[in-house]
Design a protein around this ligand. Structure first.
Ligand code: PBG
Ligand code: ZN
Length: 329
């Protein structure tokens, strides 16, 4: 049987490692990473999160060393989540001057002035009902929550945070926080918006870590329906118009099409959140010897970049930073 006269041969450019490196389209760098940190006001020693092997809640006095460790590995930023001792109906610990996140911000900045310290800005860890805002019966009130988000953001700013990251999917949250920060004199403080956040089952392990499982119902009246793509663009464009400095898509792995779409439709830096459930799946499979953890993690990170991400919030950040350094040696 004769072969065709002309065979187009893409394999020519895959022949050697050197050529492959010359035509590689996407790269992953340690400066793409943001490391999430859970700070618990009620503990004195780290408490491992069962569903997230390798992740612990840490006490306040360990924040400095974690900040230094991340920074020492070349990771440019951490994002803080606080678990307060005191929870109430409105989440008032969120804007307390001596709140756990406010104190953690100061610890991290003292230990590591160059590290970009970001604060997740929401209420689900602070409310006794676990929802992301103020309730009226079983309804999360949008505008009453905005007022509290303004207080919370200004309070983090006063503590010295480098960036606030509102994650509650309240309508108008970016405009509200922007105007409050500006009014308080923090014109230069950027907002990274969780602009496109889905009501996702992939958040399960995080809610153990952050003690933020809703006491009733779910978050479907404020987080997005996983079925929707056009709405993601609408949410992203609204946050651009309201003054966001960066956008985020969350979760990441099951939403690669959304990452690409937001990248194509907007001009702001784009972060993606490789969430707790995505992390837990890889860790569980690796612990069983079913996948090669390092290779799967690196491929996943690179794929986020290829999909259009500039920054990746990930619990794998310390490992990835170490692996990247080893490869370059
Ligand atoms: C709080 C918040 C959540 C996550 C980040 N910020 C949980 C939620 O919305 O229930 C999830 C992070 C993860 O799963 O890793 N609004
Ligand atoms: Zn929340």
């Amino acid at each position: 049987m004769a072969l065709p006269e002309l065979i187009i041969r893409p394999r020519r450019l895959r022949k050697t490692a050197t050529i492959r490196s010359m035509v590689r389209e996407t790269s992953l760098s340690v400066s793409d990473l943001i490391y999430p940190v859970f700070v618990d006001e009620s503990i004195d020693a780290p408490v491992p999160v069962a569903s997230m092997p390798g992740v612990s809640r840490i006490p306040l006095h360990d924040v400095g060393s974690i900040a230094r460790e991340a920074h020492g590995l070349g990771i440019p930023g951490i994002i803080l989540f606080g678990i307060p001792k005191h929870k109430d109906a409105v989440g008032s610990s969120g804007w307390a001057t001596d709140g756990i996140v406010q104190r953690a911000i100061r610890e991290a900045k003292d230990a590591c002035p160059d590290l970009c310290v970001i604060a997740d800005t929401c209420f689900c860890e602070y409310t006794d009902h676990g929802h992301c805002g103020v309730l009226d019966g079983h309804e999360v009130l949008n505008d009453a929550t905005l007022v509290n988000l303004q207080r919370e953001a200004v309070s983090y700013a006063e503590a010295g945070v480098d960036m606030v990251a509102p994650s509650g999917m309240m309508d108008g949250m970016i405009a509200a926080i922007r105007s409050a920060l500006d009014e308080a004199g923090f014109h230069d403080l950027p907002i990274m918006s969780y602009a496109v956040k889905y009501a996702s089952a992939y958040f399960g392990p995080f809610r153990d870590a952050a003690d933020s499982t809703p006491a009733f119902g779910d978050r479907a009246s404020y987080q997005m329906d996983p079925a929707n793509r056009r709405e993601a663009i609408r949410e992203a464009l609204l946050d651009v118009a309201e003054g966001a400095d960066m956008l985020m898509v969350k979760p990441a792995l099951a939403y690669m099409d959304i990452i690409r779409e937001v990248r194509n439709e907007t001009r702001l830096p784009l972060a993606v959140y490789n969430v707790s459930g995505e992390y837990a799946m890889i860790k569980a499979a690796a612990a069983n010897g079913w996948i090669d953890e390092r290779r799967v993690v690196m491929e996943t990170m690179l794929s986020f970049k290829r999909a259009g991400a500039d920054l990746i919030l990930t619990y794998h950040a310390l490992d990835v930073a170490r692996w990247l350094t080893q490869t370059h040696q």
